[in-house]
Ligand binder design. Structure first.
Ligand code: GLC
Length: 658
């Protein structure tokens, strides 16, 4: 059941699709009603906060893409979409704002959605272990309380409220190779050739910012990609989709049609004085389209046809928090201030002030207060609706694809997001690093994303920043083989990490073949989750609610109805301990047709796993279909499916076709 309370006068986010009548708006009465449902709840209007009591046995799931574990207790999180490439435990925000929480104990469970586009702080037992305090910068929010029998029912109810999840084309479950950047047609060809020579399946190659002409959206550099549509066709004939990046900022350049049109129509975000904000990202000076306006979304969305018309059928939207290197106004202020330090003896205080001047130019909170949006005819300062920007950029694309390509699914995923965006695209989890801890973080983010509808997601496999090693890349497959988005991506300046760069290319090949063998299962489980508002990847507790031990398991998840995975994420480990809530069949895969099988009883087991081995556990009474791998998803054949079963499961499975 869903109950709807309104605090203050929140700005409409359009994240919810089902109308639920507002029960209460008066804080005192909201408190009364909330406290009846969740004893101990307080509405602290003076502190602009809500307070919930947390019992010892409560687990708090949710918040989508954030740092730390699946159980969010013990830290303070902020919904404040941030371009931050250091995903450290000490951070409070990443790229997304997904304000849904699921609190569960043996006695009761409830979900909570705080729908408000501004800054929200979730102190989940950080200040006081027994309290969850949700503080809003402005005390305006649509508040939804979701109750149900168990975690799955609460998620289902919530997802019905926010509408159906984005479903990508099936080929988007294939493997994708990316790097910032493959600079020319020939570099892209080389990636395709090398994978092909190594016999490794591949469905897509990503084009990062350098395919554009001086980083201008909806352009292609004619020197690096002279016959772009021919090249797109050539790659498609080889079974490979090219996926270009689109950035949020539009380069300011006379004669550049996107800029000229946006300027003429008044579609860019404006400052207090009515002039267009000048910020800077990759191309230097840019304007930001006001994606919160439907007509701006329609206009920007139509520009995707520039690439669609050349045969492109997938995109990734980036820098849409929006990331700001600097604003022109702030830069000028800094130049002036720097003058004052010239010739001075910089002491402890003045040196750090001086250093801070340049160091705090990018993504400065002050800059998010320098410009405005037109929200349903009202002028609203950006920071008040900050978390809606990336959502609406991707919505612009999603709405356009419905118009421009009604019969053909287009791949779309974004970096920044807010709940609601899950209807238009997936997300990737941004600029992680080639760190062992990020394999675990990757795993832990997925169930939280699923809860709020973001089913199509995955991390930069092998890590984006820092140098990747062969063992790290291989162990990462213990997670990535199962994520809907499976992409190897790395930053400029890092060691090359395409799988053919490493000595054990053939081990990688066999594991990627396993991914392709799994695609019919993974795709079907994904579709089931999307259509039934269920989870594709879920914490053990969802399936085993009575299991005391499952409550504390943070490094194993269920993938669809048949399997549990338990990746090895410690360098040089020769295996790991795995907890089985019930008896299961261990499948220790080295390749789709090369694996050990062992029946294991419920309880704890040490399970050895060599570097090229991926641990999968088949649930009792369930069946895992495996296709004969192919070089591309489109070549997988249903007639060639083998069924692995455990217990009395019939060797059959209902597949979802595209
Ligand atoms: C951002 C993206 C990253 C991309 C880079 C260059 O850092 O998160 O994936 O490679 O920009 O476009």
């Amino acid at each position: 059941m869903i109950r709807h309370f309104r605090i203050g006068s929140p700005i409409e986010t359009e994240s919810v699709v089902r109308q639920v009548a507002v029960e209460e708006t008066e804080p005192g009465r909201i408190q009364e009603k909330l406290a009846q449902a969740v004893p101990g709840t307080k509405v602290l209007a003076a502190d602009k906060a809500l307070s919930f009591a947390l019992g010892d046995g409560d687990i708090v799931y949710g918040l989508g893409e954030t740092v730390r574990g699946m159980n969010k207790r013990g830290w303070l999180y902020q919904s404040n979409c941030s371009d931050d490439p250091y995903h450290l435990e000490e951070k409070h925000s990443l790229y997304a704002a997904q304000n849904f929480l699921l609190v569960t104990s043996k006695e009761r469970s409830y979900g909570l959605y705080v729908d408000t586009p501004g800054l929200v702080t979730f102190d989940i037992g950080y200040t006081k272990q027994g309290e969850m305090r949700i503080a809003l910068e402005d005390f305006d929010a649509e508040l939804y309380l979701v109750t149900g029998e168990d975690c799955r029912e609460i998620v289902r109810e919530f997802r019905e409220l926010i509408g159906p999840s984005y479903i990508p084309p099936k080929w988007a479950f294939g493997f994708g190779q990316s790097r910032w950047s493959y600079m020319t047609e020939d570099e892209v060809r080389e990636v395709a050739d090398r994978y092909q020579e190594a016999g490794v399946p591949l469905d897509s190659i990503y084009l990062d910012i350098d395919y554009m002409e001086r980083y201008k959206d909806f352009t292609v550099d004619p020197e690096k990609f002279p016959e772009f549509s021919d090249f797109v066709r050539e790659m498609k004939e080889r079974g490979i989709h090219l996926i270009p990046i689109i950035d949020a900022g539009v380069k300011i350049e006379e004669g550049y049609p996107v800029y000229e049109e946006g300027k003429e129509k008044g579609y860019f975000c404006k400052k207090e004085d009515g002039t267009d904000l000048v910020a800077a990202v990759w191309p230097g000076r840019v304007h930001f389209p006001d994606f919160l306006r439907p007509e701006v979304r329609e206009w920007f969305g139509n520009w995707y046809s520039f690439l669609l018309d050349q045969g492109i059928d997938g995109f990734w939207n980036d820098m849409n928090e929006p990331a700001i290197f600097y604003t022109e106004d702030h830069l000028n202020e800094v130049f002036e201030q720097i003058e004052d330090y010239k010739g001075k003896n910089l002491d402890i205080q003045s040196f750090f002030e001086f250093k801070g001047l340049v160091g705090t130019l990018d993504n400065n909170p002050e800059d998010y207060r320098r410009f405005y949006h037109d929200c349903h005819g009202k002028k609203v300062r950006h920071d008040k609706v900050h978390n809606l920007f990336g959502y609406n950029m991707t919505r612009a694309a999603g709405e356009a694809f419905e118009r421009l390509s009604p019969d053909k699914k287009i791949l779309m995923f974004s970096r920044s997001s807010y709940i609601g965006m899950h209807r238009y695209g997936g997300i990737w989890t941004g600029d992680n690093r080639s760190w062992w801890s990020h394999i675990l973080l990757n795993l832990q983010q997925l169930p939280a994303l699923n809860m709020c509808g973001f089913l199509y997601s995955g991390a930069d496999t092998g890590g984006f920043s820092a140098d990747c090693t062969e063992d790290l890349a291989m162990r990462w497959l213990g997670v990535s083989l199962f994520t809907p988005l499976f992409r190897n991506h790395a930053a400029m300046g890092t060691r090359r990490q395409e799988f053919y760069q490493f000595e054990r290319t053939q081990d990688f090949r066999r594991l990627i073949e396993l991914r392709y063998a799994l695609v019919p299962y993974l795709y079907s489980e994904f579709r089931k989750a999307a259509e039934k508002n269920g989870m594709y990847i879920e914490p053990l507790l969802f399936a085993y609610p009575q299991d005391e031990r499952a409550r504390g398991i943070e490094d194993q998840v269920l993938v669809g109805e048949s399997i549990m995975i338990a990746p090895v994420y410690v360098q040089n480990a020769a295996g790991r301990y795995v907890y089985l809530p019930e008896e299961m069949k261990l499948l220790r895969f080295r390749g789709w047709d090369d694996y050990d099988e062992e029946e294991l009883g419920a309880g704890d087991h040490y399970v050895p796993a060599r570097l090229n081995e991926v641990l999968v556990f088949l649930r009792k009474g369930k069946c895992l279909p495996l296709a004969k791998p192919a070089m591309h998803v489109s070549e997988l054949r249903e007639e060639e499916i083998r069924y692995l079963t455990y217990g009395d499961a019939a060797p059959e499975y209902t597949f979802y076709e595209e």
